[in-house]
Design a protein around this ligand. Sequence first.
Ligand code: PMV
Length: 339
Amino acid sequence: MTNPPSKIGRGSAPGKVILCGEHAVVYGQPAIAAPVNRVQANVTVRAGESGSGLQVVSRNLQGFSIAERQRIQQRLWAVAATVQEMLGGLHHWPPLGDVMADWQPLQVMPKMPTNLLIEIDSSVPVERGLGSGAAIGVAMMRAFADFLGLQLTTEQISAMAFETEKLHHGTPSGIDNTVVAYNQPVWFVRGHGVERLRVGADLRLLIADSGTRGSTATVVGDLRQRHDAAPATYDPLLQTIGDIAVSCRGAIEAGDVGKVGGLFDRNHVLLQRLDLSNDSLDRLVAAAKAAGALGAKLSGAGRGGNMIALITPEREAAVRDALLAAGANAVIGTVVAAG
Ligand code: PMV
């Protein structure tokens, strides 16, 4: 089915937070993630001037050096070019074969214009573990689809955003594009599709930025090297993280928030043992716990980026103050709502 192409295509997508199971999920263990709607990536696509080619303009890169801005801009251009290429010639994308099988005969593919102006306006912090790359990938996919008048399922959007995630992360597990595209709490096992997670009671979180950026590709690559050199050392730790994710799922479904907090703490210790934390993250985790958080852990790739603290409404102000006093750059509150 096709709609008439719109002059300006618009797409948006939320940020995300990993509740437990990061890194182990790359090795086939389960993980849990939830969307963060307080931050959003918004993308517009419109026809560019004749001869302009593909132009990508990104707002919100203040705070980056010129060199970093160039690096990020180049990557965003590559993301846009990948989306343009994918939607312009889906038969060239064998990895998408399965999810596109029922799609191609149903839609008349409009011709992909060469001259396009893409504008990205995102409040998802870049390289902080909040899923900025996935949010932009999904938002861009939606904006292109809107521009072209294409109907894409969430599964198709997620699958294509996974292809753009590879540009950021090298070997992503797929959890980021999945939670961001579905915009719901997910139970994720690599290669097993997506399962919505039932949430028995609200999970109230503070997400604190440690102030340093962690490169997901570097941290994931480093763990991969260490793992492959000594699998007997690393596999039991990754398996234990997977077991924690299983327990965490049970506790979340049962609405046992206190138990979820304890599992966050255990998960953080294992991430420390995998050498994925750093002093700033550990300081924030300790400060949150001392101020009455039910549990706290780093979230995402680690060695920088964010940590999360599970709180009660009564302790929210105290934990927020403690995180700021312990050096957090910014603290965002979010609730993974029961349902
Ligand atoms: O994008 P981040 O920093 O939230 O990290 C993604 C989570 C990892 O498990 C570390 C990597 C992956 O692809 O799942």
